[in-house]
Design a protein around this ligand. Structure first.
Ligand SMILES: *[C@@H]1O[C@H](CO)[C@@H](O)[C@H](O)[C@H]1NC(C)=O
Ligand SMILES: *[C@@H]1O[C@H](CO)[C@@H](O)[C@H](O)[C@H]1NC(C)=O
Ligand SMILES: *[C@@H]1O[C@H](CO)[C@@H](O)[C@H](O)[C@H]1NC(C)=O
Ligand SMILES: *[C@@H]1O[C@H](CO)[C@@H](O)[C@H](O)[C@H]1NC(C)=O
Ligand SMILES: *[C@@H]1O[C@H](CO)[C@@H](O)[C@H](O)[C@H]1NC(C)=O
Ligand SMILES: *[C@@H]1O[C@H](CO)[C@@H](O)[C@H](O)[C@H]1NC(C)=O
Length: 475
Protein backbone atom coordinates (compact mmCIF):
# COMPACT_ATOMS: atom_id res chain seq x y z
CA UNK A 1 0.00 0.00 0.00
CA UNK A 2 1.34 3.33 -0.99
CA UNK A 3 0.71 5.97 1.50
CA UNK A 4 2.66 9.16 1.22
CA UNK A 5 3.64 11.09 4.28
CA UNK A 6 1.78 14.08 2.92
CA UNK A 7 -1.45 12.17 2.53
CA UNK A 8 -0.96 10.70 5.96
CA UNK A 9 -0.44 14.14 7.40
CA UNK A 10 -3.51 15.45 5.62
CA UNK A 11 -5.57 12.54 6.78
CA UNK A 12 -4.33 12.97 10.31
CA UNK A 13 -5.05 16.64 10.33
CA UNK A 14 -8.50 16.19 8.88
CA UNK A 15 -9.18 13.51 11.44
CA UNK A 16 -7.93 15.80 14.12
CA UNK A 17 -10.08 18.55 12.71
CA UNK A 18 -13.08 16.23 12.66
CA UNK A 19 -12.52 15.40 16.28
CA UNK A 20 -11.85 18.88 17.47
CA UNK A 21 -14.31 20.75 15.30
CA UNK A 22 -17.35 18.77 16.20
CA UNK A 23 -19.07 20.85 18.83
CA UNK A 24 -20.99 18.76 21.31
CA UNK A 25 -24.51 19.69 22.14
CA UNK A 26 -23.48 20.32 25.69
CA UNK A 27 -19.77 20.96 25.62
CA UNK A 28 -17.97 20.20 28.85
CA UNK A 29 -16.87 23.74 29.39
CA UNK A 30 -17.80 26.17 32.11
CA UNK A 31 -18.32 29.75 31.02
CA UNK A 32 -18.31 32.66 33.36
CA UNK A 33 -18.96 36.29 32.57
CA UNK A 34 -16.44 38.66 33.99
CA UNK A 35 -16.80 42.33 34.51
CA UNK A 36 -14.34 45.16 34.54
CA UNK A 37 -14.32 47.83 37.18
CA UNK A 38 -13.12 51.35 36.79
CA UNK A 39 -9.71 51.66 38.37
CA UNK A 40 -9.03 55.25 39.38
CA UNK A 41 -5.29 54.78 39.57
CA UNK A 42 -4.13 51.72 37.64
CA UNK A 43 -0.47 52.55 38.07
CA UNK A 44 -0.73 52.62 41.85
CA UNK A 45 -2.55 49.32 41.60
CA UNK A 46 0.25 47.78 39.57
CA UNK A 47 2.93 49.32 41.73
CA UNK A 48 1.63 47.48 44.76
CA UNK A 49 1.39 44.34 42.75
CA UNK A 50 4.94 44.60 41.53
CA UNK A 51 6.42 45.43 44.90
CA UNK A 52 5.46 42.22 46.55
CA UNK A 53 8.07 39.54 46.87
CA UNK A 54 6.17 36.54 45.65
CA UNK A 55 3.83 35.85 42.82
CA UNK A 56 0.93 36.07 45.27
CA UNK A 57 1.12 39.82 45.26
CA UNK A 58 -2.31 40.50 43.91
CA UNK A 59 -3.49 41.72 47.26
CA UNK A 60 -4.29 45.35 47.45
CA UNK A 61 -6.72 47.76 48.91
CA UNK A 62 -7.41 49.38 45.59
CA UNK A 63 -10.06 48.58 43.12
CA UNK A 64 -9.03 45.65 41.03
CA UNK A 65 -9.91 44.75 37.53
CA UNK A 66 -11.82 41.84 36.11
CA UNK A 67 -14.07 40.00 38.49
CA UNK A 68 -16.69 37.28 38.51
CA UNK A 69 -19.60 36.41 40.78
CA UNK A 70 -19.44 33.20 42.78
CA UNK A 71 -20.56 31.75 46.09
CA UNK A 72 -19.18 29.57 48.87
CA UNK A 73 -20.93 27.53 51.50
CA UNK A 74 -24.34 26.09 52.37
CA UNK A 75 -26.44 28.18 52.29
CA UNK A 76 -24.57 30.24 49.70
CA UNK A 77 -22.49 33.22 50.78
CA UNK A 78 -21.91 35.39 47.72
CA UNK A 79 -18.68 36.95 46.48
CA UNK A 80 -17.30 39.13 43.78
CA UNK A 81 -13.89 37.66 43.04
CA UNK A 82 -11.01 39.21 41.19
CA UNK A 83 -9.86 36.84 38.43
CA UNK A 84 -6.10 36.45 38.51
CA UNK A 85 -3.93 34.36 36.23
CA UNK A 86 -0.88 35.54 38.19
CA UNK A 87 -1.71 33.69 41.43
CA UNK A 88 -3.13 30.30 42.31
CA UNK A 89 -5.34 30.43 45.41
CA UNK A 90 -8.98 31.25 45.79
CA UNK A 91 -9.29 33.21 49.00
CA UNK A 92 -11.86 35.39 50.70
CA UNK A 93 -11.95 37.57 53.77
CA UNK A 94 -13.40 36.24 57.00
CA UNK A 95 -16.44 38.12 58.19
CA UNK A 96 -14.85 38.67 61.59
CA UNK A 97 -11.42 39.81 60.39
CA UNK A 98 -10.26 43.06 61.91
CA UNK A 99 -10.24 44.69 58.49
CA UNK A 100 -13.83 43.73 57.69
CA UNK A 101 -15.06 44.63 61.17
CA UNK A 102 -13.85 48.19 60.75
CA UNK A 103 -16.50 50.74 59.86
CA UNK A 104 -17.62 51.55 56.35
CA UNK A 105 -18.47 48.01 55.28
CA UNK A 106 -15.31 48.00 53.20
CA UNK A 107 -15.40 44.25 52.55
CA UNK A 108 -19.05 44.47 51.50
CA UNK A 109 -18.48 44.78 47.75
CA UNK A 110 -16.34 41.70 47.51
CA UNK A 111 -18.10 39.69 50.24
CA UNK A 112 -17.04 37.93 53.43
CA UNK A 113 -17.12 34.33 54.60
CA UNK A 114 -18.40 32.98 57.88
CA UNK A 115 -17.44 29.36 58.45
CA UNK A 116 -19.99 28.97 61.23
CA UNK A 117 -22.79 29.80 58.82
CA UNK A 118 -21.92 26.99 56.41
CA UNK A 119 -22.93 23.39 57.03
CA UNK A 120 -20.47 22.20 54.36
CA UNK A 121 -17.37 23.97 55.75
CA UNK A 122 -14.40 21.72 56.56
CA UNK A 123 -11.17 22.91 58.11
CA UNK A 124 -7.96 21.86 56.30
CA UNK A 125 -5.02 23.57 58.03
CA UNK A 126 -3.80 26.99 59.16
CA UNK A 127 -1.16 27.39 56.46
CA UNK A 128 -2.83 30.05 54.34
CA UNK A 129 -0.52 33.05 54.20
CA UNK A 130 -0.09 35.47 51.34
CA UNK A 131 2.03 38.49 52.00
CA UNK A 132 3.57 41.66 50.67
CA UNK A 133 7.20 42.54 50.83
CA UNK A 134 6.29 45.15 53.44
CA UNK A 135 4.73 42.49 55.68
CA UNK A 136 1.07 43.25 55.00
CA UNK A 137 -1.12 40.63 53.38
CA UNK A 138 -3.62 38.00 54.43
CA UNK A 139 -3.34 34.88 56.50
CA UNK A 140 -5.58 32.34 58.10
CA UNK A 141 -6.87 28.87 57.36
CA UNK A 142 -7.27 26.67 54.38
CA UNK A 143 -10.69 25.08 54.31
CA UNK A 144 -12.93 23.30 51.87
CA UNK A 145 -16.52 24.15 51.04
CA UNK A 146 -19.02 24.06 48.21
CA UNK A 147 -18.20 26.60 45.50
CA UNK A 148 -20.72 27.75 42.92
CA UNK A 149 -19.98 29.77 39.80
CA UNK A 150 -21.29 29.99 36.28
CA UNK A 151 -24.13 27.58 37.04
CA UNK A 152 -21.64 24.96 38.24
CA UNK A 153 -21.28 23.45 41.70
CA UNK A 154 -17.89 22.30 42.91
CA UNK A 155 -17.94 20.37 46.16
CA UNK A 156 -15.06 20.42 48.63
CA UNK A 157 -13.02 23.05 46.89
CA UNK A 158 -10.01 24.17 48.91
CA UNK A 159 -9.64 27.90 49.50
CA UNK A 160 -8.06 30.34 51.91
CA UNK A 161 -9.86 32.30 54.61
CA UNK A 162 -8.26 35.61 55.50
CA UNK A 163 -8.78 35.94 59.25
CA UNK A 164 -6.04 38.55 59.21
CA UNK A 165 -6.02 40.65 56.08
CA UNK A 166 -5.14 43.98 54.54
CA UNK A 167 -7.07 43.45 51.29
CA UNK A 168 -10.79 43.96 50.98
CA UNK A 169 -11.01 41.96 47.72
CA UNK A 170 -11.45 38.21 47.43
CA UNK A 171 -9.32 36.70 44.70
CA UNK A 172 -9.78 33.75 42.37
CA UNK A 173 -6.22 32.76 41.45
CA UNK A 174 -6.17 30.25 38.59
CA UNK A 175 -2.45 29.76 37.94
CA UNK A 176 -0.26 26.70 38.39
CA UNK A 177 -0.81 24.85 41.67
CA UNK A 178 2.92 25.06 42.40
CA UNK A 179 2.38 28.77 43.00
CA UNK A 180 -0.09 28.30 45.82
CA UNK A 181 0.57 30.21 49.02
CA UNK A 182 0.76 27.02 51.06
CA UNK A 183 3.49 25.68 48.80
CA UNK A 184 5.46 28.89 48.99
CA UNK A 185 5.10 29.59 52.69
CA UNK A 186 4.67 26.24 54.36
CA UNK A 187 6.24 23.93 51.79
CA UNK A 188 2.93 22.05 51.58
CA UNK A 189 2.06 19.74 48.77
CA UNK A 190 0.06 21.57 46.09
CA UNK A 191 -3.71 21.05 46.32
CA UNK A 192 -6.15 21.05 43.41
CA UNK A 193 -7.14 24.66 42.90
CA UNK A 194 -10.24 25.53 40.85
CA UNK A 195 -9.12 24.62 37.31
CA UNK A 196 -7.43 21.41 38.50
CA UNK A 197 -10.44 20.48 40.66
CA UNK A 198 -12.72 20.82 37.64
CA UNK A 199 -10.51 18.26 35.91
CA UNK A 200 -10.36 15.95 38.97
CA UNK A 201 -14.16 16.01 39.17
CA UNK A 202 -14.51 15.22 35.47
CA UNK A 203 -16.30 18.50 34.82
CA UNK A 204 -13.82 19.51 32.13
CA UNK A 205 -11.43 17.34 30.12
CA UNK A 206 -8.16 19.02 30.89
CA UNK A 207 -6.60 21.85 32.87
CA UNK A 208 -6.96 24.63 30.31
CA UNK A 209 -9.08 27.74 30.01
CA UNK A 210 -9.63 30.69 27.71
CA UNK A 211 -9.78 34.31 28.68
CA UNK A 212 -11.46 37.00 26.61
CA UNK A 213 -11.24 40.45 28.16
CA UNK A 214 -12.79 42.38 25.28
CA UNK A 215 -12.51 46.04 24.35
CA UNK A 216 -11.38 48.82 26.68
CA UNK A 217 -14.77 50.42 26.11
CA UNK A 218 -16.73 47.30 26.89
CA UNK A 219 -17.29 46.30 30.48
CA UNK A 220 -17.58 42.55 30.24
CA UNK A 221 -15.55 39.64 28.97
CA UNK A 222 -15.57 35.96 29.76
CA UNK A 223 -13.54 33.08 31.02
CA UNK A 224 -14.18 29.59 29.77
CA UNK A 225 -12.81 26.61 31.70
CA UNK A 226 -12.18 23.61 29.47
CA UNK A 227 -13.33 25.31 26.31
CA UNK A 228 -12.68 27.71 23.49
CA UNK A 229 -15.24 30.10 22.01
CA UNK A 230 -14.33 30.32 18.36
CA UNK A 231 -16.58 33.35 17.82
CA UNK A 232 -14.40 35.43 20.10
CA UNK A 233 -11.31 35.55 17.90
CA UNK A 234 -10.24 36.06 14.31
CA UNK A 235 -8.36 33.45 12.33
CA UNK A 236 -6.90 30.42 14.02
CA UNK A 237 -5.27 29.96 17.39
CA UNK A 238 -1.54 29.46 17.35
CA UNK A 239 0.22 27.57 20.08
CA UNK A 240 3.43 28.60 21.81
CA UNK A 241 5.43 26.94 24.58
CA UNK A 242 5.37 28.36 28.11
CA UNK A 243 8.87 29.10 29.35
CA UNK A 244 9.90 27.30 32.53
CA UNK A 245 11.82 29.05 35.30
CA UNK A 246 14.71 26.99 36.65
CA UNK A 247 13.07 24.01 35.02
CA UNK A 248 9.68 24.58 36.68
CA UNK A 249 6.51 25.68 34.91
CA UNK A 250 5.16 28.16 37.39
CA UNK A 251 3.93 31.24 35.53
CA UNK A 252 2.53 32.14 32.13
CA UNK A 253 5.76 33.35 30.53
CA UNK A 254 6.30 33.24 26.77
CA UNK A 255 8.90 34.73 24.45
CA UNK A 256 8.27 38.04 22.70
CA UNK A 257 10.47 37.93 19.63
CA UNK A 258 9.62 41.20 17.91
CA UNK A 259 7.68 44.43 18.10
CA UNK A 260 6.51 46.66 15.28
CA UNK A 261 4.17 49.52 14.53
CA UNK A 262 1.41 49.93 11.99
CA UNK A 263 1.78 46.40 10.61
CA UNK A 264 5.45 46.78 9.88
CA UNK A 265 6.91 43.65 11.37
CA UNK A 266 9.77 44.18 13.75
CA UNK A 267 10.11 47.91 13.11
CA UNK A 268 10.96 48.43 16.78
CA UNK A 269 12.86 45.22 17.33
CA UNK A 270 13.03 41.79 15.78
CA UNK A 271 14.79 38.45 16.22
CA UNK A 272 14.96 38.97 19.96
CA UNK A 273 13.92 36.87 22.92
CA UNK A 274 12.22 38.84 25.66
CA UNK A 275 10.50 36.78 28.37
CA UNK A 276 7.03 38.25 29.01
CA UNK A 277 4.51 37.31 31.68
CA UNK A 278 0.83 37.21 30.66
CA UNK A 279 -0.90 38.64 33.71
CA UNK A 280 -4.60 39.48 33.86
CA UNK A 281 -4.08 41.06 37.28
CA UNK A 282 -1.84 43.80 35.91
CA UNK A 283 -3.57 46.85 34.44
CA UNK A 284 -0.74 47.99 32.22
CA UNK A 285 2.02 46.33 30.24
CA UNK A 286 5.64 46.71 31.35
CA UNK A 287 8.35 46.40 28.72
CA UNK A 288 12.15 46.72 28.78
CA UNK A 289 13.21 50.30 29.51
CA UNK A 290 14.84 50.96 26.17
CA UNK A 291 11.74 49.78 24.30
CA UNK A 292 9.55 51.99 26.47
CA UNK A 293 11.83 54.97 25.91
CA UNK A 294 11.47 54.48 22.18
CA UNK A 295 7.68 54.14 22.40
CA UNK A 296 7.32 57.22 24.61
CA UNK A 297 9.27 59.13 22.00
CA UNK A 298 6.96 57.87 19.26
CA UNK A 299 3.80 58.69 21.21
CA UNK A 300 5.16 61.96 22.56
CA UNK A 301 4.56 60.69 26.08
CA UNK A 302 5.92 62.50 29.11
CA UNK A 303 7.16 60.29 31.90
CA UNK A 304 6.37 61.42 35.40
CA UNK A 305 8.81 59.59 37.66
CA UNK A 306 6.95 60.58 40.81
CA UNK A 307 3.79 58.89 39.54
CA UNK A 308 5.44 56.14 37.53
CA UNK A 309 3.12 57.19 34.73
CA UNK A 310 3.55 58.59 31.25
CA UNK A 311 1.05 61.22 30.18
CA UNK A 312 -0.11 61.48 26.60
CA UNK A 313 -2.38 63.82 24.73
CA UNK A 314 -5.87 62.33 24.94
CA UNK A 315 -6.24 62.79 21.17
CA UNK A 316 -3.91 59.80 20.79
CA UNK A 317 -7.03 57.73 21.44
CA UNK A 318 -8.40 58.93 18.11
CA UNK A 319 -5.28 58.02 16.18
CA UNK A 320 -5.30 54.90 14.02
CA UNK A 321 -2.46 52.45 13.83
CA UNK A 322 -1.31 49.61 16.00
CA UNK A 323 1.48 48.21 18.09
CA UNK A 324 2.24 44.72 16.80
CA UNK A 325 3.62 42.04 19.08
CA UNK A 326 5.39 39.12 17.48
CA UNK A 327 5.76 35.77 19.21
CA UNK A 328 7.83 33.45 17.04
CA UNK A 329 5.77 34.53 14.01
CA UNK A 330 2.40 34.92 15.75
CA UNK A 331 1.31 38.54 15.63
CA UNK A 332 -1.14 40.23 17.99
CA UNK A 333 -1.93 43.81 16.99
CA UNK A 334 -2.94 46.17 19.74
CA UNK A 335 -4.84 49.18 18.34
CA UNK A 336 -3.30 52.41 19.60
CA UNK A 337 -6.62 53.52 21.05
CA UNK A 338 -6.55 50.48 23.36
CA UNK A 339 -3.39 51.89 24.92
CA UNK A 340 -4.80 55.23 25.99
CA UNK A 341 -6.33 55.19 29.46
CA UNK A 342 -8.40 58.13 30.62
CA UNK A 343 -7.92 58.85 34.30
CA UNK A 344 -8.82 61.61 36.65
CA UNK A 345 -11.98 62.75 34.92
CA UNK A 346 -13.08 64.22 38.24
CA UNK A 347 -11.14 67.44 37.82
CA UNK A 348 -12.94 68.44 34.66
CA UNK A 349 -10.16 68.09 32.14
CA UNK A 350 -9.46 64.43 31.40
CA UNK A 351 -5.90 63.27 31.92
CA UNK A 352 -4.64 60.47 29.74
CA UNK A 353 -1.89 58.00 30.42
CA UNK A 354 -0.39 55.45 28.11
CA UNK A 355 -0.86 51.85 29.17
CA UNK A 356 2.81 51.01 28.91
CA UNK A 357 5.39 51.33 31.68
CA UNK A 358 9.09 50.52 32.10
CA UNK A 359 9.80 47.06 33.50
CA UNK A 360 13.02 48.16 35.14
CA UNK A 361 14.78 45.16 36.69
CA UNK A 362 11.66 43.04 36.55
CA UNK A 363 10.38 40.57 34.00
CA UNK A 364 8.32 42.23 31.28
CA UNK A 365 4.58 41.93 31.85
CA UNK A 366 1.80 41.92 29.30
CA UNK A 367 -1.17 43.05 31.38
CA UNK A 368 -4.64 44.12 30.37
CA UNK A 369 -3.61 46.81 27.87
CA UNK A 370 -2.17 43.95 25.81
CA UNK A 371 -4.50 41.13 26.80
CA UNK A 372 -7.69 42.87 25.68
CA UNK A 373 -6.48 42.56 22.09
CA UNK A 374 -5.79 38.85 22.34
CA UNK A 375 -7.81 35.70 22.84
CA UNK A 376 -5.64 33.59 25.11
CA UNK A 377 -5.90 29.89 25.93
CA UNK A 378 -3.91 28.96 29.03
CA UNK A 379 -3.15 25.26 28.68
CA UNK A 380 -1.61 24.29 32.02
CA UNK A 381 -1.77 20.59 31.24
CA UNK A 382 0.54 20.96 28.24
CA UNK A 383 2.45 24.07 29.36
CA UNK A 384 1.33 25.97 26.28
CA UNK A 385 -0.36 29.23 25.41
CA UNK A 386 -2.55 29.57 22.33
CA UNK A 387 -3.10 33.05 20.95
CA UNK A 388 -5.29 34.70 18.35
CA UNK A 389 -6.37 38.24 17.55
CA UNK A 390 -9.48 39.02 19.59
CA UNK A 391 -12.86 39.67 18.05
CA UNK A 392 -13.93 42.79 19.91
CA UNK A 393 -17.53 43.02 21.04
CA UNK A 394 -18.51 39.63 19.65
CA UNK A 395 -21.98 38.77 20.90
CA UNK A 396 -22.40 35.31 19.41
CA UNK A 397 -20.77 32.19 20.75
CA UNK A 398 -19.53 28.86 19.50
CA UNK A 399 -18.10 26.92 22.39
CA UNK A 400 -15.95 23.87 21.77
CA UNK A 401 -14.32 21.57 24.27
CA UNK A 402 -10.62 21.39 24.80
CA UNK A 403 -9.61 17.74 24.66
CA UNK A 404 -7.11 16.11 26.96
CA UNK A 405 -3.71 15.10 25.66
CA UNK A 406 -1.49 17.16 23.42
CA UNK A 407 -2.93 19.31 20.65
CA UNK A 408 -6.35 19.27 22.30
CA UNK A 409 -7.14 22.95 21.83
CA UNK A 410 -9.63 23.28 18.97
CA UNK A 411 -8.65 25.50 16.04
CA UNK A 412 -5.07 25.64 17.27
CA UNK A 413 -1.87 24.90 15.41
CA UNK A 414 1.54 24.55 16.99
CA UNK A 415 4.07 27.14 15.91
CA UNK A 416 7.10 25.46 14.38
CA UNK A 417 10.43 26.45 15.92
CA UNK A 418 8.85 28.68 18.53
CA UNK A 419 11.29 30.06 21.09
CA UNK A 420 10.94 27.90 24.20
CA UNK A 421 13.60 29.20 26.56
CA UNK A 422 14.49 32.70 27.64
CA UNK A 423 16.30 34.54 30.36
CA UNK A 424 13.52 35.57 32.71
CA UNK A 425 14.55 38.93 33.99
CA UNK A 426 16.21 41.94 32.55
CA UNK A 427 16.90 41.08 28.93
CA UNK A 428 16.69 44.23 26.80
CA UNK A 429 16.35 43.91 23.05
CA UNK A 430 18.34 45.96 20.58
CA UNK A 431 16.07 48.69 19.31
CA UNK A 432 15.94 49.53 15.66
CA UNK A 433 12.87 51.65 16.18
CA UNK A 434 11.99 54.98 14.69
CA UNK A 435 13.39 57.11 17.46
CA UNK A 436 16.73 55.40 17.77
CA UNK A 437 16.98 57.01 21.16
CA UNK A 438 17.89 53.95 23.07
CA UNK A 439 20.81 51.60 23.07
CA UNK A 440 20.50 48.50 25.15
CA UNK A 441 22.20 45.20 25.07
CA UNK A 442 21.15 42.12 23.21
CA UNK A 443 19.10 39.68 25.12
CA UNK A 444 20.59 36.31 25.70
CA UNK A 445 19.08 32.94 26.16
CA UNK A 446 21.44 32.00 28.95
CA UNK A 447 20.60 32.14 32.59
CA UNK A 448 22.99 35.02 33.07
CA UNK A 449 20.24 37.54 33.53
CA UNK A 450 18.19 35.51 35.96
CA UNK A 451 16.91 37.69 38.74
CA UNK A 452 18.41 37.13 42.14
CA UNK A 453 15.19 37.08 44.14
CA UNK A 454 14.59 33.38 44.47
CA UNK A 455 12.98 33.30 47.87
CA UNK A 456 10.66 30.40 47.25
CA UNK A 457 11.98 26.93 46.52
CA UNK A 458 9.69 26.54 43.55
CA UNK A 459 9.23 29.87 41.94
CA UNK A 460 11.81 32.36 40.99
CA UNK A 461 9.46 35.19 41.87
CA UNK A 462 10.03 36.64 38.47
CA UNK A 463 7.38 39.29 38.83
CA UNK A 464 9.35 41.00 41.50
CA UNK A 465 11.52 43.93 40.79
CA UNK A 466 12.82 45.66 43.82
CA UNK A 467 11.04 48.98 43.69
CA UNK A 468 10.54 48.86 39.98
CA UNK A 469 8.40 51.92 39.68
CA UNK A 470 9.33 53.53 42.93
CA UNK A 471 12.34 55.73 42.76
CA UNK A 472 12.58 55.04 39.09
CA UNK A 473 14.74 57.95 38.09
CA UNK A 474 16.95 58.51 35.14
CA UNK A 475 14.58 56.47 33.05
C1 LIG B 1 -22.57 40.15 39.58
O1 LIG B 1 -23.69 40.34 40.40
C2 LIG B 1 -24.11 41.70 40.46
C3 LIG B 1 -25.17 41.81 41.52
O2 LIG B 1 -26.15 40.84 41.33
C4 LIG B 1 -24.57 42.12 39.07
O3 LIG B 1 -24.97 43.47 39.09
C5 LIG B 1 -23.41 41.97 38.11
O4 LIG B 1 -23.81 42.27 36.81
C6 LIG B 1 -22.86 40.55 38.16
N1 LIG B 1 -21.64 40.51 37.37
C7 LIG B 1 -21.34 39.52 36.54
C8 LIG B 1 -20.03 39.62 35.84
O5 LIG B 1 -22.06 38.57 36.36
C1 LIG C 1 -17.62 29.83 65.34
O1 LIG C 1 -18.30 29.87 66.54
C2 LIG C 1 -17.47 29.55 67.67
C3 LIG C 1 -18.36 29.44 68.89
O2 LIG C 1 -19.26 30.50 68.95
C4 LIG C 1 -16.39 30.57 67.82
O3 LIG C 1 -15.55 30.27 68.89
C5 LIG C 1 -15.57 30.58 66.54
O4 LIG C 1 -14.60 31.61 66.59
C6 LIG C 1 -16.46 30.80 65.34
N1 LIG C 1 -15.67 30.57 64.17
C7 LIG C 1 -15.65 31.42 63.17
C8 LIG C 1 -14.80 31.00 62.02
O5 LIG C 1 -16.30 32.43 63.14
C1 LIG D 1 2.81 35.14 57.16
O1 LIG D 1 4.02 35.31 56.46
C2 LIG D 1 4.69 36.50 56.80
C3 LIG D 1 5.85 36.67 55.87
O2 LIG D 1 6.52 35.48 55.67
C4 LIG D 1 5.09 36.45 58.26
O3 LIG D 1 5.75 37.62 58.63
C5 LIG D 1 3.81 36.28 59.10
O4 LIG D 1 4.16 36.16 60.45
C6 LIG D 1 3.03 35.09 58.65
N1 LIG D 1 1.75 35.09 59.32
C7 LIG D 1 1.31 34.06 60.00
C8 LIG D 1 -0.01 34.23 60.65
O5 LIG D 1 1.92 33.02 60.07
C1 LIG E 1 -17.16 47.88 21.43
O1 LIG E 1 -18.30 48.37 22.13
C2 LIG E 1 -18.04 49.56 22.86
C3 LIG E 1 -19.23 49.87 23.72
O2 LIG E 1 -20.41 49.75 23.01
C4 LIG E 1 -17.72 50.66 21.86
O3 LIG E 1 -17.48 51.88 22.52
C5 LIG E 1 -16.46 50.26 21.09
O4 LIG E 1 -16.14 51.22 20.12
C6 LIG E 1 -16.65 48.91 20.43
N1 LIG E 1 -15.36 48.48 19.89
C7 LIG E 1 -15.17 48.09 18.65
C8 LIG E 1 -13.78 47.70 18.28
O5 LIG E 1 -16.07 48.02 17.83
C1 LIG F 1 0.76 54.78 12.43
O1 LIG F 1 -0.45 55.01 11.74
C2 LIG F 1 -1.21 56.11 12.24
C3 LIG F 1 -2.55 56.13 11.52
O2 LIG F 1 -2.38 55.89 10.19
C4 LIG F 1 -0.42 57.37 12.05
O3 LIG F 1 -1.16 58.48 12.56
C5 LIG F 1 0.90 57.26 12.81
O4 LIG F 1 1.71 58.38 12.59
C6 LIG F 1 1.66 56.00 12.37
N1 LIG F 1 2.80 55.83 13.25
C7 LIG F 1 4.01 55.56 12.80
C8 LIG F 1 5.10 55.50 13.80
O5 LIG F 1 4.22 55.35 11.62
C1 LIG G 1 4.57 39.97 9.38
O1 LIG G 1 4.80 38.65 9.78
C2 LIG G 1 3.69 37.82 9.58
C3 LIG G 1 3.96 36.50 10.22
O2 LIG G 1 5.33 36.27 10.34
C4 LIG G 1 3.41 37.71 8.10
O3 LIG G 1 2.29 36.91 7.88
C5 LIG G 1 3.14 39.10 7.57
O4 LIG G 1 2.96 39.06 6.20
C6 LIG G 1 4.29 40.02 7.91
N1 LIG G 1 3.91 41.38 7.53
C7 LIG G 1 4.74 42.20 6.94
C8 LIG G 1 4.21 43.57 6.67
O5 LIG G 1 5.88 41.89 6.64
Amino acid sequence: MKFSALVAAQLLSSLAAAVHLAPRKNPRAIGLDIQRRYVPDPVAHDRLRKRADTVQQTLDNLETLYYANASLGTPAQTFRLHIDTGSSDLWVNAKNSQLCQQGGNQCGDSGTYNANDSSTYEYVNDEFNISYADGTGASGDYATDTFRFGGQTVKELQFGIGYTSSSTEGILGIGYTINEAGVNYAGSKPYSNLPQKLVDDGTINTNAYSLWLNDLDASTGSILFGGVDTDKFHGELQTLPIIPESGVYAEFIISLTGLGMNNTNGSIFSNENVAVLLDSGSSLMYLPNNVVRSLYHTFDATYDASQGTALVDCSLAEQGGSLDFDFSGVTISVPINELVIVTDVSRGQPVCIIGIGPAGDSVSILGDTFLRSAYVVYDLANNEISLAQTNFNSTSENIQEIQSGSAGVPHATGVADAVSTAAVGTAAPRINGPSGTAGGSMSTSTAGAMPAFTASPWVSGAVVGAGVMLGFNGF
